[in-house]
Design a binder for this molecule. Structure first.
Ligand SMILES: [Zn+2]
Ligand SMILES: [Zn+2]
Length: 416
């Protein structure tokens, strides 16, 4: 005889009320707590249940009217107020992903731990994690935004004792490569040394040593598009102000601080940039980026190619001979005198990877070089008063002066 199929039971999430659970629930019944805080004492029992549902399953009876919950003091009953506060705190910002956190008075957390001990539960969940989750679920439902800790646009912190939600707006990241055609332009904002950026007579009240920078030229259309409150510029190294940056350009990540809009048209930004910075800066491969791209750009140490114009009276044959010698051995390069005031004074070992004489004229010549990251090319040519050893000037035995310097390629993994 065939066995009858077992009856179909509705798939209702529940959990088994064992004797220890029942005993703990009875002890919990002696405390005036809200359904959320009661159920949360058993929060790790069963899946797919809310804490009030757990409370109901365990015979929870609410405290008399007017009695505030002994754990959360009513924070969960007022959670819709917290949702409103959260939405107000995010007002004026575009956000698609968010994280909820909360700050509780230590006494609340201590009361909760004491209750766990008195009730004898081993299934409790903390008030903080439950509140964060419940607030997040409701904010998701009201806005359609995604809660979680992955790449949030906004982080909300509910200060439960104070009754206020604080907002942290995460930056918007944009990456690209810049070519710099202007020999008067620094890469980043350069605060006036006299006033340190506050504005004084010597900087004409601008607070800056140079009126503009690559950062500001690239940042301006992004600030307009995003309504952001500032920028931070991260370049894969930097060239001297009077050096051009040619070839496929230098990788950078620009951080827009506290953006109000995130859905922006980068094609339009690139077009605006092309018009406003024409002849000074060109940006290639503009794209949205993420925080880890900043680290990638800052930590990369690619080789670089340069074209350098040198003033000095030397026969071609001697230059070629010196370049052969230069390629054959490492350079010991002490921190250049011109940057020693802001960098640690130490000796670095670097190599010239390739060197070619490309042009010779009366009293001057032009070189193409490829060097390891961090090589100070101007100092290698001129000698920097003996701080770079050997230098091209030292190898030739004549004084040399760099007339111009261009970076012709950054050999990072995305470049040539
Ligand atoms: Zn409560
Ligand atoms: Zn100043």
């Amino acid at each position: 005889m065939a066995l009858a199929a077992p009856p179909v039971v509705a798939d209702h999430p529940t959990f088994e009320v064992t004797a220890p659970v029942r005993a703990a629930a009875e002890r919990a019944g002696a405390h005036a707590v809200c359904a959320e805080c009661f159920g949360r004492l058993f929060g790790r029992l069963g899946h797919g249940l809310t804490n009030p549902e757990r409370a109901t399953r365990l015979g929870y009876r609410p405290p008399p009217p007017g009695a505030a919950c002994a754990v959360c003091e009513g924070a969960f009953d007022r959670i819709d107020v917290w949702v409103d506060r959260t939405l107000r705190a995010g007002d004026g910002y575009e956000w698609h992903r968010f994280t909820c956190g909360s700050r509780w008075e230590p006494e609340v957390l201590a009361r909760e731990e004491a209750l766990w001990t008195e009730v004898g539960t081993e299934w409790g969940e903390s008030v903080r994690s439950a509140f964060n989750r419940e607030l997040g679920k409701r904010v998701e439902a009201r806005t359609g935004a995604a809660g979680g800790t992955e790449r949030p646009d906004l982080v909300f912190l509910a200060d439960v004792a104070v009754g206020r939600v604080e907002t942290t707006v995460l930056p918007l990241y944009v990456r690209g490569r810049y070519r710099k055609l202007d020999r008067t332009l620094p890469q980043t904002r350069w605060p006036c040394r006299r006033c340190r950026g506050r504005g004084c007579d010597s900087c004409g009240g601008t607070g800056k040593t140079y009126p503009e920078s690559v950062e500001e030229l690239v940042g301006a259309p992004l600030l307009r598009a995003t309504g952001g409150e500032g920028t931070r510029f991260h370049g894969m190294g930097r060239e001297d102000i009077d050096a051009r940056m040619l070839g496929r350009g230098r990788p950078f990540v620009l951080e827009v601080v506290r953006p109000h809009r995130r859905t922006i048209d980068l094609v339009a930004v690139a077009a605006e940039l092309a018009a406003s910075a024409a002849g000074r800066v060109e940006v290639l491969d503009l794209a949205f980026a993420e925080a880890p791209d900043v680290v990638r750009v800052k930590e990369a140490a690619p080789e670089k190619s340069y074209r350098v114009g040198v003033v000095g009276n030397v026969p071609v044959a001697k230059v070629n001979e010196a370049l052969d010698l230069a390629l054959a051995r490492a350079i010991a390069q002490r921190t250049p005198a011109r940057v020693a005031h802001r960098r640690a004074d130490r000796v670095r070992t670097r190599r010239i990877v390739a060197a070619h004489l490309v042009d010779v004229a009366e009293g001057r010549f032009t070189l193409d070089l490829r060097t390891e990251a961090g090589t100070y090319v101007k100092e290698w040519v001129e000698g920097d008063g003996g701080r770079t050893e050997p230098s091209l000037s030292g190898l030739l035995g004549v004084p040399l002066r760099v007339d111009f310097l261009d970076v012709t390629e950054i050999h990072d993994s995305e470049g040539a």
